[in-house]
Design a binder for this molecule. Structure first.
Ligand code: ADP
Length: 388
């Protein structure tokens, strides 16, 4: 290499230098511990490191020349070309030099979470961008386990609150129900007794009994109002990214055995009216149940689909190719405390049903085409965004 006469900052290379640089780049691509991907300003992949091959499941030769979008998911996949052209036009950095945690897609369609850092270089009139990719699956799994333990604590404290509430409710209801029983018995005795005034007494006993029954109904209504008050914070949300995040979260919290999860969101799905955290909770519950149903399966698979149905509804389905539903469980699938698992609480599906119905949807289960189980639930589309 030589410094040119017209000043520092520019370096001229001899043919030998170029060959040496190429073999240096090759050795970097072979040995860099993170996935390293070089793209040009159209998003075309120019170089793909050994570690990237292992992460994404592509050979360098098959992916070089393709658009880097192929390795992305959700909004990033749709908008990546736009990101580059915005940057080239405005020079505004969104991710370059900052880094971000995003969802990536392997060659088999499964999703995983990565930490992405991007560097840039200008060669003549053209830009090159180099992405460094680190797989966060393990780190996320540990974080998720931590969060799970916390949420289990909250869950148990909630359960004890439910227990307290149930005994308070039993106490509250006991009084009007005993009164109803007493008035009915008194009514029966009056019917058996002689006397002209019994018609009036009977009317009083029945009136009083009815009043007490209404009071019992009021108590139940108030309690339901209390339980559901302010729980759903529905707003317009894009369903695709919401499902991608939920699938990634569910996979992260899975046990050691990796079950491939594929996600297919029809292009006309758009926005739904939903409380995103709660809907994600439903999907996570269903994916976890599917994973548990697949523990003995030789080639386990989970598929999440979202498609449009009529009457402004979107149907989300979570299907597995597992053993199918237990006949006994099927009879009261969505009822609390229905479980076939020794350590199961049998609350997951009843909570899913509460959340889906609070969103104005329905949930059901049927036989999957390949023999497992499909859980399907509906959500309402946002008419402001999905006109027609
Ligand atoms: P839990 O998982 O604690 O048992 P759930 O309410 O989530 O509680 O599930 C209730 C029962 O429904 C499970 O015990 C299981 O028998 C059955 N079930 C749920 N999902 C599936 C599935 N994908 N395949 C087969 N059975 C399932």
């Amino acid at each position: 290499m030589t410094e040119p006469a017209d000043g520092p900052g520019q370096i001229l290379f001899s043919a030998d230098d170029v060959a040496a640089l190429q073999s240096h780049l090759k050795s970097i691509l072979e040995s860099v511990p993170d996935g390293m991907i070089v793209i040009d300003e159209t998003g075309r992949i120019l170089a793909f490191s050994k570690a990237a091959e292992a992460l994404f499941g592509y050979e360098a030769e098959e992916i070089i020349g393709r658009n880097v979008r192929q390795l992305m998911a959700g909004r990033d996949e749709t908008n990546h070309d736009q990101y580059i052209s915005n940057y080239l036009q405005t020079g505004e950095r969104q991710i370059i030099g900052v880094g971000r945690v995003v969802t990536a897609r392997r060659s088999d369609g499964t999703l995983f979470t990565i930490d992405l850092k991007i560097g840039e270089a200008k060669i003549g009139d053209h830009w090159l961008f180099t992405a460094f990719v680190r797989d966060l699956t393990e780190q996320r799994r540990a974080e998720m386990r931590m969060r799970e333990m916390q949420s289990e604590l909250v869950h148990f404290s909630r359960l004890s609150a439910v227990g307290t509430m149930a005994s308070a409710l039993a106490h509250e209801l006991n009084q009007p129900l005993t009164a109803v029983a007493n008035y009915l018995e008194a009514g029966r005795d009056i019917l058996d007794s002689p006397g002209a005034e019994k018609r009036e007494l009977l009317r009083e006993a029945l009136d009083e009994g009815a009043r007490q029954a209404v009071r019992a109904g009021d108590i139940v209504r108030k309690l339901r109002g209390y339980v559901s008050r302010g729980e759903i914070d529905a707003r317009s949300v894009e369903l695709g990214p919401l499902l991608i995040d939920a699938a990634a979260l569910a996979r992260l919290s899975m046990s050691s055995k990796d079950v491939p999860v594929t996600l297919n969101v029809a292009s006309n799905v758009g926005n739904v009216l939903a409380d995103p955290i709660q809907v994600q909770q439903v999907v996570i519950n269903l994916v976890r149940n599917a994973q548990e149903a697949l523990s003995a399966s030789p080639s386990p698979k989970i598929r999440i689909n979202a498609e449009r149905r009529d009457k402004g509804l979107i149907e989300v389905s979570v299907c597995d190719n597992g053993a199918g539903l237990d006949e006994e469980v099927k009879k009261s699938l969505f009822k609390p405390f229905t479980t076939s698992k020794s350590g199961g609480m049998g609350l997951g599906l009843s909570i899913c049903q509460t959340i889906v119905e609070a969103h104005g949807g329905t949930i059901c289960a049927d036989l999957a085409p390949d023999g497992g189980t499909c859980f399907r639930f509906t959500l309402r589309t946002d008419p402001a965004i999905n006109a027609g």
